[in-house]
Design a protein around this ligand. Structure first.
Ligand code: SF4
Length: 358
């Protein structure tokens, strides 16, 4: 168990994320005194323009670091703070992290911004290693990924155009790991109409404000838009199409993630309006896991709805899966991959489960 002493909470989230990156699954407890019951205690003392961090191992002082500067300015100071924490734990545990101080979800953004500023790959890699203490291997992976992304983006004059995300915050039930805005469609059916009307008002505003720009891609997600009743789904697509003619948009994706939200009629509606891509998301093909994470369906339902989508003429289907779901290991993961492979979707998106605050 790890103890955390702090007189301000400003960096608590960053401290916790980085400690967990070193010691996955450890419990981190707030405390107000040094005690040998903790394997480690990090004592963070915020003073005027100075932070003193002491690391205790089994109650004995192991190491200390002082950082000077305007720590209230998180934008500027955050990385220095993380470097300090990294230094303390890396030395105490004799461990390096491949991603260094990076604990967020989009490390490629750093490389992307670097290229936009005109930096070379080597300069970006150097910055990854120096500022974020990342390994060269991960830094290269980021630059290579961004180069591929940029190649794909060439087809989209994205700086001149724009993409639109439309959120439908309803689902058949709430998954255990959900961190999105999503409400049970059964429970909140009475507000669906009001929601759609409000959404259309906002879309009117967007259509007017961006009239001079070209809409290139649209993603209707949520939630699960296909949780809507057939007539509501058709109404939504009809109204959206009126404001943003689908025939002019290069890619229109509709999240049809939950098989318990799908039927042939809804799939036909998607096809009729020219939706180019849908996403049917098993997350896992193991029934035991699906039950554990609160999905109201079995793996067999995924297969059936996938085939139904093909019958409805949908020829671009993505599937999402999650690594690290409760009680899953390599065996379960391999099984999920094998089952998805048999269905042969056009793309597969692999997420790593991240347990968020709250
Ligand atoms: S399907 Fe997605 S949005 Fe809906 S409850 Fe599950 S995780 Fe949340």
């Amino acid at each position: 168990m790890i103890g955390l002493i702090q007189n301000k909470t400003i960096y608590e989230y960053d401290i916790r994320s980085l400690i967990l990156a070193f010691m996955l699954g450890e419990k981190i407890e707030l405390t107000d005194h040094v005690d040998s019951i903790y394997d480690f205690i990090l004592d963070v003392d915020y003073k005027d323009q100075e932070i003193v961090m002491n690391l205790y191992k089994k109650g004995e002082l192991e190491d200390e670091i002082q950082l000077f500067g305007d720590y209230e300015n998180k934008k500027i100071f955050k990385n220095r703070m993380k470097q300090g924490i990294y230094q303390l734990f890396s030395k105490a545990l004799d461990k390096q992290l491949p991603w260094g101080t990076l604990t967020g979800i989009r490390p490629t953004k750093i490389a992307f911004d670097g290229y936009e500023k005109g930096e070379s790959s080597e300069e970006i890699i150097h910055r990854f290693q120096k500022d974020y203490l990342a390994s060269e291997e991960k830094a290269r992976l980021c630059t290579e990924t961004v180069q591929k992304e940029k190649e794909l983006l060439k087809a989209f004059p994205y700086k001149e155009g724009y993409s639109l995300y439309i959120g439908i915050p309803f689902c058949p039930s709430t998954c255990l790991y959900c961190s999105f805005t999503s409400y049970s469609i059964d429970q909140f059916e009475n507000i669906v109409q009001d929601y759609l009307e409000a959404l259309l008002k906002e879309l009117d505003f967007v259509a007017k404000t961006y009239a001079h720009k070209e809409l290139q891609t649209m993603y209707i997600g949520g939630g699960t838009p296909t949780s809507l009743k057939e007539e509501d789904l058709e109404y939504l697509l009809y109204e959206v199409n009126k404001r943003f003619p689908f025939s002019k948009i290069q890619e229109i994706t509709v999240e049809a993630g939950r098989p318990d939200s799908l039927n042939f009629k809804k799939l036909k509606i998607l096809k009729k309006y020219g939706v180019t891509r849908i996403s049917i998301n098993p997350q896992s093909m193991n029934d035991k896991t699906l039950k554990l994470i609160g999905r109201n369906h079995f793996a067999q339902d995924i297969k059936e709805k996938f085939n139904l989508a093909r019958q409805a003429g949908i020829d671009n289907i993505n599937m999402d899966m999650i690594c690290g779901l409760p009680e899953e290991g390599m065996e379960e993961l391999s099984y999920t991959l094998d089952e998805i492979k048999k269905l042969d979707p056009e793309s597969l998106t692999v997420h790593a489960l991240a347990v968020k605050r709250s």
